[in-house]
Design a protein around this ligand. Sequence first.
Ligand code: DAH
Length: 356
Amino acid sequence: MDGLDDLRGKYLNGIGTAATEAALEDLRLAALGKKGEVAGLMRELGRMTPEERQTMGPALNALKDEIDAALRAKKAALGDMALNERLRSEWLDVTLPARPRRLGSIHPVSQVMEECTALFADMGFAVAEGPQVETDWYNFDALNIVPEHPARQEHDTFFMHRAEGDTRPPHVLRTHTSPVQIRAMQSQGAPIRIIAPGRVYRMDMDQTHTPMFHQIEGLAIDRDISMANLKWVLEEFFSAYFGTKVKTRFRASHFPFTEPGAEVDIQCSWSGGSLKVGEGDGWLEVLGSGMVHPSVLRAGGIDPDQWQGFAFGMGIDRMAMLKYGIPDLRAFFESDLRWLRHYGFSALDMPSVHAG
Ligand code: DAH
C-alpha cells in the first residue's frame, strides 16, 4: 500500500504542477494508459491471493478514480486560465474617447454656392441642373450661337472624342451654365424662375483662368419681366451677399442669347491696394446678362409673343475670391491641405445666409 501512496503523491503532484494540456495528457498515459503504472498494477491483481486482492482491488480503483478526477479538474482549470488570459489581453475599454481626427472643411466654392442658392431661394428661384457633358445643340445652337459664330471658337471648347463612323451628335464639356436655361424651359414651360449653379469647362489656363470653373445661371420668364426686375434682383443679391448696399452698373454688351445684352459691374473701391465692394467710385465687372433672345425662347419651346424674361451668368469662383479675400484662382483646385484649412469652412460653423 505504501507503493500506492507514492504513486498517488507522484501523479497528484505532477498534475498539480502541469502547465499545459499536453503535459496532462502525458501524465494520463503514464498513469492510466494501457501501459500505464496503475493499469500495470491492476494486471497484477490476478496473481494475488483473494485476501490481498480484496484490499488491493478497491484501493487501485480508488487511486485510478482519484487521478482521473484530478486530471479532469486540472484540465478544466487550465481551460479557465487560458480564457482568463485571453480576456485580460484582449480587454478593450469601449468608453474611452476616440482619437482626435482632423475634420475636413467645406471648400469656399461649395460655401459660396450654398450662400448664393439660399439668397436666390429667398427671392423665389428654384435650383435647376443640367449635364456637364452636353450636346453642342444645347451648349450652342439652342442659345443662338450658330456654327459660324465667333463665340463658338472663343469658348475654347473641349469636344468629346468620336471614333470614325460614330454618328452620335457632337458632345462637349459645357462651356457655360446657359444650356440649363433651355433644359429648364423644355421641362417646366413658362413661367420660370430658376438658378443653375455648376461646373463649366474651357481650354484656358493662366493666373486668372482654370480649365474647370463654376458659374451660376439665372433665368426668370413671365408675361412682363423687364430689365428693371433684373437690376433689382441683382442689387438685392449682391447687397445680401456682401452684407452692404451694393450698386450695379449696366453696360450695353452683346451675347447671342440675349437682346438686349448687358455686362454688369458692381461698385467698389481700390484704395490702399485692397478691393472693397459696395463703396467708392470704382467698378468691377462680375457678370453677363440680358433679356432672353426670342430665338432662345423658341428653342426652349416657349412662345416669345406670350412670354419674355431675363437671364444672367456669373462666375462663382470670382464671387468667392471677392468676398473671402482669396488672391489666386488656381489655388481653388490644387487641393493643398494647408490652403483648404485656411480658406475652408467648418461644416458646423458655416456663415449661413438661410433665414434662421
Ligand atoms: N454664358 C455666358 C458666359 O459664359 C454668361 C452669360 C451672359 C449668361 C449673358 C447669361 C447671359 O445668361 O444673359 O460667358
